[in-house]
Write a protein that binds this ligand. Sequence first.
Ligand SMILES: [Zn+2]
Length: 345
Amino acid sequence: MFRAFNLDSRMLKSRSFLATAGVMALGLASCGGQDAAVEEPVAVESTEVVVTSSCSPLSVVTGFYPLQFIAERVGSDQTSVSVLAGPGVEAHDLELTPSQAAEVTDADVVVFLPTFMPSLDEAVVELNSSVGLDAMAGLTLLEGEAHDDDHGHSHDHDHDGDEGHSDKKSTDDEMIVDPHVWLDPTNVSVIGKTLANKLSELDPACSAIYADNSQALTDEMTALDSEMKTALANCKIKTMVVSHEAFGYLANRYGLEQVGISGLTPEAEPSPKRLAEVAKISKSDGVTTVYYETLVSPVVAETLAKELNIKAEKLDPIESKPEGADLIAQMRANLATLVGGQDCG
Ligand SMILES: [Zn+2]
C-alpha cells in the first residue's frame, strides 16, 4: 500500500523517510514493534497513497519475470518488488550491473531460482543466509539433459505420461536440475506459499494478508491447472519440439514429451548432430509443429520446420514479461497454441 514510495526502494527501508513524509501520524509508529495494543488497521486514502498501519514495507528483489509476478501477487501493496532481468532481456545470460548488485545487497528478500541465472546465485551466496529465498524449495524437481557433443547420449523416447513422475530417464550421466519450474501452475502455487511464509516471518503483523494473497494465487493456478489438464488430455501428438528445453515441467505434468533443439539454456547455434536427431524424432513421431520462442531467434526452428514441411509457432517460455499479458494470460495463450500444435482438439 506504499505505492507512492515504490519509486525508490531504498526509501522504503528508511523509517525516517516515512516520518518525514508525515506517515507517522497515521499510526505507523507501532509497525512491526512490540505494541500489544489491539490495533485497527488505519487506512487513509488519497489519490495515490493508502497506508495500512500494521504492515512493514519490505523490499523484494526477484531474478526474472515469473518470480516477479509471484512476488507482486503475494506481497501486493505491502512490498516493493523489483526484477533484475527486465522485459526483453534474455534472463539466463544476465550479468548483474554494480547497481543491481547493490540492490540485491540492500533487499529484505531476494527470490532466486538456483542455476537459472548464475550471476544472481553468486550474489546470493554473498548475502546473509536469511535474505535469499530459494524458489525451488519444496518443489519436485526434474533433471535436464545436457546436449553436449562430447556425450553421444541417445534420446530416451519413453512415452509414459505418469504424473508426479519426477525424473526423466536418460543414458547420459551429465544431468543437471531443470530450473524452468514456473510452467507447471502447481509449482507457482508452491513458490507463492514459500514466499508468503518468508514475508510473514519478516512482517508477522501482515501474515494474514500474505496468506490470503498466496491462497488467491493458488486458487487461480488450480483453476488453470485443471483447464490445462482437460485441454491436453487427448493430444494425438505427444512429442513437442521446442527451441530450448524450457517446457519440461509442463510436459511432465500434462503427459507430453519435450524434445529441445537446444538444451536448458538457449544457445545461438545448436549442433548439426542435434538438429539431425530432432528431425529424426519429429518425423518418426508425426510432429506437425515446431515451437520457437520470444527472445531467441526463430531461424533454427523455422529452418527445421521448412526441412520437415511442418509449421513453426511461437510458444513463450515466459522467462521475460510477455507483451500485453501476465503469467497466467500467457499460460492460457500457450495452452491454445499447444492444443493446435499437438492436435488435442
Ligand atoms: Zn530457459
